[in-house]
Ligand binder design. Sequence first.
Ligand SMILES: O=C(O)C1=C[C@@H](OP(=O)(O)O)[C@@H](O)[C@H](O)C1
Ligand SMILES: C=C(OP(=O)(O)O)C(=O)O
Length: 456
Amino acid sequence: MSASSDASAHGATPQPLTAGRSGPLRGRFKPPGDKSISHRAFIFGLLSVGVTDIEGLLEGDDVMRTGEACRALGATLTRHGPGRWTVQGMGVGSLLEPKTTLDFGNAGTGSRLMMGVVGGHAVTATFDGDASLRKRPMRRILDPLEAMGARVVDQAPGGRCPIVLEGTSEPLPIDYETPVASAQIKSAVLLAGLNSFGRTTVLEREASRDHTEKMLAHFGATVHVAPWGEHGRKIVLEGRPELKPRPVSVPADPSSAAFPMVAALIVPGSEIVLESVMMNPLRTGLLTTLLEMGADITVDGRRTEGGEDVADLRIRASRLHGVDVPASRAPSMIDEYPILAVAAAFAAGETRMRGLQELRVKESDRLAAVAAGLAANGIRHSVVGDDLIVTGGPVPGGGSVETHLDHRIAMSFLCLGLAAERPVTIDDEAMIVTSFPTFKGSMAGLGAAFAQEGGA
Ligand SMILES: O=C(O)C1=C[C@@H](OP(=O)(O)O)[C@@H](O)[C@H](O)C1
Ligand SMILES: C=C(OP(=O)(O)O)C(=O)O
């Protein structure tokens, strides 16, 4: 049960990749489907009776692992074309016991949301994943699930995967205040609460992404969301709804859009358009921050697609300046700090990113991984408590970056290399498939080519 070393933890030879100085980026494309909504599309398909149609699904490894888990719990998943899937569901209360371990690979969201599903059903399942997932804290999910009546049969030290979870056929309705702003904790509790005879309440001090609440309502559950405290929310779910299949159209992922967006800002002469990017206000913290930094980004054609606001973003290379990013903004851009640090490296003056403690428990310790990557490339920075401070200026580059099985570290430092003085190499590109499998092709379409080792 011990974690293997990072470099070979996905069972394959590491694949280094190098990014050198690029000419101007030009062109337009629609980033891939949102990862959060794609996981949930499969899960809500499983929990509905009948056939759910999905379009625009992100076919990244993380989401495919969730799909496999849905199959193991009884759903029939069929692919009809790129991003087009149907799920023949089982319904709340009617899941099958999985015969094999649910292997979630690199996926925190998939594993944690599915723990909620299993915890609220009369099934026992084993949860596991790669060396990165095995390091991530799961007590934050298991604690509320135990309060609802689920039982942890086995767990690795510190409440980590592999975990054997025995769910309950009648989860107790609870009122639960999440200890950190986390859509994964909130979602696990709500998904477990679906099979409860009572009302499940989740309280969060800072609002986190609200895709689960929106999709619960879309699939026919009764869910009330109200403001709570200064920035928080109270979510109340009535248990035992019969979820009805509803079509899901997955909008483009703002967390994936972030990479070409920052690349276009820092590579001189660039001008690109990113089409139909989701503008859910609980996901747009990076856009807000980049605009404050002086980014030339125009938001055109605001419209609604699949229940979410979307827009086309026109991004032109810009002279950025440093800003102070408040901790209260973190939930709306939690996955975007590595690429914001890259933007900050090219901005005049200091950028202070406050309150990044949750970055320490992502696919890697992102605070440490970003700091190491900045150091390797000659960028002035410091970590003070949970704040990251980056001082922009000429970016020497020339560094080798350890990605620690973290897709966002990999893509961020490749983008850095496109505008640095010397090429930047990452130790392994393999994890990029978890969230943005078409990253290299999309970037190449804009004119940014990366080179395998020896081919630079
Ligand atoms: O619910 C989700 O889909 C996600 C929630 C966030 O995690 P936390 O809830 O742990 O902050 C985020 O980092 C992750 O990429 C996706
Ligand atoms: C944190 C992330 O994902 P997850 O928690 O699902 O592994 C991410 O995609 O940046």
